[in-house]
Design a protein around this ligand. Structure first.
Ligand SMILES: Cc1ncc(COP(=O)(O)O)c(C=O)c1O
Length: 381
């Protein structure tokens, strides 16, 4: 099975050998029978360490990322937290200057007091990673495209630098998904995801994922997954597997719509700037082209009227729902400076207060366009 879509539908999702059910049943059991002490009947003994439904999802997504090993967690942040637990006090982390706010908060308020320091870096110039590297830097976390400014990092270049300097290179691939970008093939050691977004795809499951190809590193993650225990439940694993099967068709449509809207929005007089890596004048366009198959279903734009206009706009759409999160079938609109990125607002890492972020869903294109236009036209000139 070599095709992406074929693997998304079939890997880990083989018919049940007992009943022949084409959709594998959800395994809810928390414990598994043993024939003698320490000799389980099957591959599992206790569900925190593994269960059939989580296994199926772990195989499915690992296959899509081109990884030998996959680990599913109860949220994206639980996945990132577990990877950061590879570090010990005294270690140092580099993270993107525009990292997801929750990742920044985790490092700043949980790991820093525990002795693991971190520094934000604008990674759009890979040389800045080298310049910020300290003798105790052990891990570099990268996001591309980033949230919410959709800046692009050259994953090959940063992976090469991270590897040469002896760090673990971790890429948060939530925005791109393995359908559009496979960081392990570009040189990263670890991929993390919020499954809550495109992979789940329907705004009804919270989850996280870690994909690793290296066997030794995978064993260290596996141990922490079991020891810490922030694992994905079987029911949520089932829902995520179901979402992953349609990832490619959903994303193709979302990429089409985002490209169309990005181009159109540039012509609206209330819009100062559109941020989408598919636009030829986006500073990361050429790198995005070289490492992604398409440019994704997210776009942001800055309103000429600043914060006030942005706060008004997000309450005036009807098809786009005002809500956090992204990547699902429903189109969403949000104001990062006061919502997803409020935690960094007022700091050097704060986002432009006039910035609005769109997550494009699967509604009819003309409905989405008309909805945005009536909201934009309603703003004061
Ligand atoms: C890029 C990125 N990484 C990680 C997360 C955290 O994921 P979760 O909300 O599933 O914990 C998010 C959530 O918005 C995200 O956008």
């Amino acid at each position: 099975m070599t095709g992406f879509e074929t693997r998304a539908v079939h890997v880990g999702q083989e018919p049940d050998p007992v009943s022949g059910a084409v959709v594998p049943p959800i395994g809810l059991s928390t414990t598994f029978a043993q024939t003698a002490v320490g000799v389980p009947v099957g591959p599992h003994d206790y569900a925190r360490a593994g269960n059939p439904t989580r296994d199926a999802l772990e195989r499915q997504i690992a296959s899509l990322e081109g990884a030998r090993h996959g680990f599913a967690f109860a949220s994206g942040l639980a996945a990132i937290d577990t990877v950061l637990r590879l570090l010990v006090p005294g270690d140092h982390v580099l993270l993107p200057h525009d990292a997801y706010g929750g990742t920044f908060r985790l490092l700043d308020t949980v790991f820093r007091p525990a002795g693991i320091a971190s520094d934000p870096v604008d990674m759009s110039d890979p040389r800045a990673v080298e310049a910020a590297w300290r003798s105790n830097t052990r891990l570099v976390l990268v996001e591309s495209p980033s949230n919410p400014t959709l800046s692009i990092v050259d994953l090959r270049a940063v992976s090469e630098i991270g590897r040469a300097l002896g760090g673990i290179v971790v890429v948060d691939n939530t925005f791109a998904t393995p359908y559009l970008q496979r960081p392990l093939e570009l040189g990263a050691h670890v991929v993390v995801h919020s499954l809550t977004k495109y992979l789940g795809g329907h705004s009804d499951v919270l989850g996280g994922f870690v994909a690793v190809d290296d066997d030794e590193l995978a064993e260290r993650v596996r141990f922490r997954q079991k020891a810490v225990g922030a694992v994905l439940s079987p029911f949520d694993a089932y829902l995520t597997s179901r979402g992953v099967k349609t990832l490619a068709v959903r994303l193709d449509r979302q990429c089409d719509t985002a490209e169309y809207l990005a181009d159109l929005l540039r012509g609206h007089p209330r819009v100062r700037k559109v941020l989408h890596p598919g636009l030829p004048d986006h500073p990361g366009h050429d790198i995005a082209k070289s490492q992604m198959t398409r440019f994704g279903g997210m776009l942001s734009f800055v309103l000429a009227g600043g914060r006030e206009a942005a706060e008004q706009l997000v309450t005036r759409t009807g098809v786009f729902t005002l809500a956090e999160s992204l990547g699902a079938v429903e189109s969403l609109i949000e104001h990062p400076a006061s919502m997803t990125h409020a935690v960094v607002s007022g700091t050097d890492l704060g986002v432009d207060p006039g910035l609005v972020r769109l997550s494009v869903g699967l509604e009819t294109l003309s409905d989405l366009t008309e909805d945005l236009w009536q909201a934009l036209d309603s703003l004061p000139a």
